[in-house]
Design a protein around this ligand. Structure first.
Ligand code: AP5
Length: 220
C-alpha cells in the first residue's frame, strides 16, 4: 500500500501515519521528522533547513526532493510506504510524480485529513514531544501520566519551537498559500479521499481504514 497522508499542520497526520505503519507493516516517511533529526545532529541538511523551520516556512523543494529520493530508494519501502507531510508544494508533487514514474511505482490513495483552523491551533499548541524517544503527547487530549515526563522512557518533554501560537498561525497561512493547491493536483487522478479529521484518534483511524478498504485494503 502506497499512501500519501495530506493535511494542514497538526491535523493528526503523524499520529495516524504511525498507526497505519503498524497496521500495514510499512514505513512512515515524515519529511518533518527527518528534517528535525537532521537539525538535531547538525548535518548539512539540518543546518540548511533550520532557519526555515523555526520561522514556520517551507524548506526549499530541491532539498526535500533529494531527501525523498534517497528515502524511497531504501529497501524497506518495497512493500509500501506512507508519505506524511510530503508533497507540500505543486513543484514537490510534480517531482514525486516524475520520481515514481522512473521507479515504476504508483500511489494507491491520497488521504486529506480535513480539520478547522481552531482545531489546528488547539492541537499544535498543546503538543509535547519526548526529547529522548520522540513519543508524542497532547497536554489535554493525550497527557503524560506525570507532567513533563515521558511515560515510555522517562525523558523530558518539550514544545516544538514552531508550535507557539504565532508560529502556528503563520504555518496555517503558509499551508493555505503553498500546500492546499496540491489538492488540485490530485483531484483529477481519482486517488483523493477526504476524511473528517475531527474526533478521537480511534475514530479518525477507523475512517481512514474504511477508505483504504474501498481501495483494496490488503494490497501492499
Ligand atoms: P511537519 O513536522 O511536517 O509539521 P506539520 O505538517 O506542520 O505537521 P505536524 O507535525 O505539526 O502535525 P501532524 O499533522 O503530523 O499532527 P500530529 O499527529 O503531530 O513540518 C515541520 C516543518 O518542517 C515545516 O513547517 C517545514 O518547515 C518543514 N517541512 C516538513 N516537510 C516539508 C516539506 N515537504 N516541504 C518543505 N518543508 C517541509 O498531531 C498534533 C497534535 O494533536 C499532537 O499533540 C497529537 O497528540 C494531537 N492529536 C492528534 N490527533 C488527535 C485527535 N484526533 N484528537 C485530539 N488530539 C489529537
Amino acid at each position: 500500500m502506497k499512501i500519501i497522508l495530506f493535511g494542514p499542520p497538526g491535523a493528526g497526520k503523524g499520529t495516524q501515519s504511525r498507526r497505519l505503519s503498524e497496521t500495514f507493516g510499512i514505513p512512515q516517511i515524515s519529511t518533518g521528522d527527518i528534517l528535525r533529526e537532521n537539525v538535531k545532529y547538525q548535518t548539512e541538511l539540518g543546518k540548511a533547513a533550520l532557519a526555515y523551520m523555526e520561522k514556520g516556512e517551507l524548506v526549499p523543494d530541491e532539498l526535500i526532493l533529494r531527501l525523498i529520493k534517497e528515502r524511497l530508494c531504501s529497501e524497506d519501502t518495497k512493500a509500501g510506504f506512507i508519505l506524511d507531510g510530503f508533497p507540500r508544494t505543486i513543484n514537490q508533487a510534480e517531482g514525486l510524480s516524475n520520481l515514481l514514474k522512473e521507479m515504476g511505482i504508483e500511489i494507491d490513495v491520497v488521504i486529506n485529513v480535513d480539520v478547522t483552523d481552531a482545531v489546528i491551533i488547539e492541537r499544535n499548541i498543546g503538543r509535547r514531544l519526548c526529547s529522548d524517544c520522540q513519543m508524542m503527547y497532547h497536554i489535554e487530549f493525550s497527557p503524560p501520566k506525570k507532567e513533563g515526563i515521558c511515560n515510555k522512557c522517562g525523558g523530558g518533554l518539550y514544545q516544538r519551537i514552531d508550535d507557539r501560537e504565532d508560529k502556528v498561525r503563520y504555518r496555517i497561512e503558509v499551508y493555505k498559500k503553498e500546500t492546499a493547491p496540491v489538492l488540485n493536483f490530485y483531484k483529477g487522478s481519482g486517488l483523493l479521499k477526504v476524511i473528517n479529521g475531527i474526533g478521537t484518534e480511534d475514530e479518525i483511524n477507523r475512517r481512514i481504514l474504511s477508505e483504504l478498504d474501498t481501495k483494496g485494503g490488503s494490497k501492499q
